[in-house]
Design a protein around this ligand. Structure first.
Ligand code: ACO
Length: 338
């Protein structure tokens, strides 16, 4: 076993489909309005992949960008973790398709399912491999094409989601001071039914009747998930700060999962801190599930909002129910080339 080493973000990338779907576009197919969606969620528009596109194809530019920004080549990647709840197939893993297409010939590859917390779970695993010295470069992709499993007759869920992919390469930092310095992962499995696709797994056969009952689509109990989310975001931030002897003043930026602007506002209110401390782009992409955090991270870097030495919190929550937070003392990668 080699020396323990904290992992830093070495490179990031993202990709969203060109096709923009506005709230008014959705109001043409389901009983909703721009005013309702904006005021209840903060979403103005989202992206949707065309029929001939796929999660795999969407993920390639994001992954290539992250590898290029890290200043390494695909052969340098030791492991690919693809966090998604909308893989192209049940088997093979989308991560394996990406591994072949990118030419990451030395990398292991697997998919990870933790819904909207997927990128946090994937990043936590990456950090363990880097800390033990087992692997040097781990590519974590968070991506979902939720419009493929959205029921566009159900206004409770279809307005919330958009398609996108974000990616990050993790590797050892320049010194022991910087990098991911804690991981907090959790689950409340008793809330499993609140975010669910009933059919499509091995529990029930995909019968014609099940499809006619629309059981292959995502359903969410928005009220229950909202209650869980508003509480858990604040609780996680508080716990990770306390056990690391930090206060919110020590934190430069919080990158939360983008599910609803009201969840982010509620966290800002609880800590009496300006909303600007939280990175927000839900207005442009909606909830891209496992992709929200790496997309936001890349955009925050592009906008010059993260500096070397900054403490950044990545905060996820969602289906499972799952939750997780990663605090990072940011390293040298602050200026994505592409
Ligand atoms: N357009 C118009 N009206 C709507 C819409 C819509 N798109 N959706 C629901 N409504 C109606 C409801 O039918 C309800 O009407 P009623 O009072 O006549 O029954 C009314 O609006 C209010 O519904 P609520 O559920 O109380 O609305 P709320 O203010 O709670 O907002 C929302 C709903 C946006 C879904 C919110 O609960 C939410 O954001 N939940 C959390 C989502 C989340 O965190 N997701 C992350 C995890 S997702 C994952 O992991 C895959």
């Amino acid at each position: 076993m080699k020396a323990q080493r904290k992992a830093v973000v070495l490179g990031t990338g993202f990709n969203v489909p060109d096709n923009v779907v506005t709230n008014d576009d959705l109001a043409k197919i389901v009983d909703t309005s721009d005013e309702w969606i904006r005021s209840r969620t903060g979403i103005v528009e989202r992206r949707q992949i065309p029929d001939d596109d796929s999660l795999f194809q969407l993920s390639l530019p994001a992954a290539r960008q992250a590898i290029e920004n890290a200043g390494i080549t695909p052969e340098d990647i030791d492991l690919i973790i693809f966090s998604t709840f909308t893989p192209d197939y049940q088997v093979p893993a989308t991560a394996c398709m990406v591994q072949a297409a990118l030419g990451c010939t030395k990398a292991g590859a697997f998919d990870l399912q933790a819904a909207c917390t997927g990128f946090i779970y994937g990043s936590s695993i990456a950090c363990q491999f880097i800390a033990t010295g087992t692997y040097k470069h781990v590519l974590v992709i968070g991506g979902d094409v939720t419009t493929r499993i959205s029921d566009f007759t159900d206004r409770n869920s279809c307005v919330l989601f958009g398609d996108g992919v974000g990616a990050a390469v993790y590797g050892p930092g320049d010194n022991d001071d910087e990098g991911v310095f804690d991981n907090l992962l959790g689950a409340i499995g008793s809330g499993a039914e609140y975010i669910m696709i009933k059919n499509g797994g091995s529990m029930h056969r995909p019968t014609v009747e099940a499809i006619q009952n629309r059981e292959h689509y995502l359903t969410i109990n928005g009220k229950e998930v909202f209650k869980f989310s508003t509480k858990i975001v604040g609780d996680m931030i508080e716990e990770v700060l306390t056990r690391n002897n930090l206060t919110l003043d020590d934190v430069a930026m919080i990158i939360p999962h983008q599910a609803n602007i009201r969840i982010i506002e509620s966290a800002a209110k609880r800590f009496k801190c300006p909303i600007e401390k939280f990175y927000v782009n839900i207005d442009r992409y909606g909830n891209t599930v496992a992709a929200t955090i790496p997309i936001a991270m890349h955009e925050a870097l592009k906008e010059g909002k993260i500096k070397k030495g900054d403490i950044v919190l990545l905060v996820g929550f969602g289906g499972g129910l799952t939750y997780g937070i990663i605090p990072i003392k940011w390293g040298s990668y602050t200026n994505p080339k592409v």
